[in-house]
Write a protein that binds this ligand. Structure first.
Ligand SMILES: NC(=O)c1ccc[n+]([C@@H]2O[C@H](COP(=O)([O-])OP(=O)(O)OC[C@H]3O[C@@H](n4cnc5c(N)ncnc54)[C@H](O)[C@@H]3O)[C@@H](O)[C@H]2O)c1
Ligand SMILES: [Zn+2]
Length: 292
């Protein structure tokens, strides 16, 4: 298993406990009058709209919540039905794959099949519009579902890989285009015979160094960082808002529930991203800004 000591250019992802104080008490800003059931026309504060419009470099960090309105379950929500009795650590770790390769392969195969039936939502499209409208831009996503690219995002780094890609479990760079799913275990690498696995980053594994470095550079260089749909508990991605804040950027959180990142945000939009992000784009660049 790779770790920081084996590969100095890569950083291992840790699932840290929530160590920050109770965010409900320390919310930086919360929009008044936007209850859950009445969020069709969210009000975006003028200073936030202006900050987005005037930013030279906008960075965006997304997590599973951004795909929730597309019908892609977030990590914990995904463990329903057949998978209700599994902990994510029983499915999304190298040790789990060594112990039960077929179980892990089947879970990901099910999720991959599910992705063929879902579409990007207005939140994904709004992020692609910000890329088109901001002078400089980078999107760093923890999502493995490929929906950002399908919505038109191009300046994009995938911190945790992509579930649509399959690779050899022994040769990390060997991506395989076709495989035979018929056997008792996961299909085998046509080159070396090892099991194939999804090209995603599991807990305790290293993030792709180029993606993480690009994301960290963007966090430190941007004027404004939007953090949408992430629980802020999975490191190192969860450190990116802290870097941005420390470097003087404006941090905007979009999440219906409080997270450990809420306390450092300058603006908090307690709304689903499919509602908040298009509203943000329109407030910054005008009513037509969501149209190509
Ligand atoms: N779609 C995907 O690709 C996908 C799905 C599940 C898990 N994962 C992986 O699991 C890990 C979990 O970390 P995470 O922080 O991304 O997800 P998470 O499941 O830990 O947290 C999801 C967050 O999204 C919020 N949320 C729920 N609905 C939302 C909505 N409509 N709009 C905005 N926010 C909403 C929740 O309040 C929560 O804070 C990541 O490493 C990720 O790679 C990816
Ligand atoms: Zn191989």
């Amino acid at each position: 298993m790779a770790g920081p000591c084996d590969s100095p250019n890569e950083v291992t992802q840790y699932n840290l406990p929530n160590v920050l104080p109770d965010m409900e008490k320390s919310l930086a800003r919360e929009l008044p009058g936007t209850p859950w059931d009445n969020h069709r026309m969210p009000v975006i504060a003028d200073d936030l709209a202006r900050a987005l419009r005037d930013a030279r470099f906008v960075a965006v960090l997304t997590g599973a919540g951004v795909s929730a309105e597309s019908g892609v379950p977030t990590f914990r929500d995904a463990l329903t039905g057949l998978w209700a009795n599994f902990d994510p650590l029983e499915l999304a770790t190298p040790a789990a794959f060594r112990r039960k390769p077929k179980l892990v392969w089947d879970w990901y195969a099910g999720r991959r099949a599910q992705l063929g039936r879902v579409q990007p939502n207005p939140g994904h499209h709004a992020i692609a519009r910000i890329e088109a409208l901001a002078p400089s831009f980078l999107l760093a996503t923890q999502n493995v579902d490929g929906l950002h690219a399908r919505a038109g995002s191009r300046k994009l780094v995938e911190l945790h890989g992509n579930i649509a890609r399959v690779r050899c479990s022994d040769e990390p760079r060997r991506v395989v285009e076709t495989w035979d799913d018929a056997g008792d275990g996961p299909p085998r690498c046509p080159h070396c015979g090892a099991f194939l696995r999804p090209d995603v980053v599991w807990f305790e594994e290293s993030l792709p160094a180029h993606a993480l470095i690009a994301a960290e550079d963007a966090a430190r260089a941007c004027d404004l960082l939007i953090v949408a749909g992430t629980s802020g508990e999975v490191y190192p991605a969860a450190a990116l808002p802290q870097y941005a804040k420390a470097a003087g950027a404006i941090v905007v959180e979009v999440n219906p529930t409080a997270t450990p990142l809420s306390a450092l945000a300058d603006h908090v939009l307690r709304l689903p991203s499919g509602v908040a992000l298009p509203a943000l784009v329109r407030a910054a660049w005008g009513e037509d800004a969501m149209r190509d």
